[in-house]
Design a protein around this ligand. Structure first.
Ligand code: ZN
Length: 203
């Protein structure tokens, strides 16, 4: 590492900070950049420079966007009566990749996590409540799609309680959790099995 020229070393050290990248991969990627045609490298560095300048949060759902509203909120074919509440933009993307959902979203940008000093005010819960409270809101169902871990469950419970006192008639649902497709009961953990049996459906 110490034998690398300084400019290359700086790139490599930065890449090493990225998730899932170790020192060897970082070096390999840094060399790859060095071999790229000048135009490609310039394009890439321009995009990096613009990333934080151009990217902002959608005024309505807090998805990432370059305009005031994200493409989902701007799409009038979307069913605005149901809103799925997710922790992150990556969670939203998971739903979108499968084309399995035609409603709209609300991105919390985190979950309530007292151990890491994240309270309800640090994530977009207040914004969700205001969005639903707005007389122009068409939302009839709130689908709580926070993760099924301790903090995700606590966040869902918190939002449910707040919503029930604000909009007593709104429909609140939670994603069903259970056995993965192709899964094997023998290897399922206790919590997965409990969720699967609690959320069982008519057959
Ligand atoms: Zn949006």
């Amino acid at each position: 590492m110490s034998t690398l020229p300084n400019s290359l070393k700086k790139i490599s050290l930065f890449l090493e900070r990225l998730p899932g990248i170790g020192e060897k991969t970082a070096n390999r990627l840094a060399f790859y950049f060095l071999r790229l045609p000048d135009a490609d490298l310039k394009d890439f560095s321009d995009n990096i420079r613009d990333l934080k300048v151009k990217t902002k949060l959608c005024n309505k759902c807090y998805n990432l966007t370059e305009s005031d509203l994200c493409p989902i909120c701007e799409d009038n074919k979307r069913d605005e009566s149901k809103v799925t509440v997710v922790e992150t933009v990556l969670d939203l993307l998971s739903f979108e990749t499968g084309n399995i959902y035609d409603g709209v979203y609300h991105v919390l940008h985190g979950k309530i996590d007292p151990l890491n000093h994240v309270g309800p005010d640090e994530i977009k819960i207040r914004e969700l409540l205001l969005r639903i409270k707005n007389p122009k809101s068409k939302i009839e169902e709130v689908i709580l799609a926070t993760n099924p871990d301790m903090e995700g469950e606590a966040t869902a419970m918190y939002i449910k309680e707040k919503l029930k006192s604000q909009n007593p008639n709104i429909k609140i649902t939670r994603l069903a959790y259970g056995m993965p497709i192709g899964g094997n009961l023998e290897y399922a953990d206790y919590m997965t099995l409990k969720k699967a049996i609690d959320g069982r459906n008519n057959f």
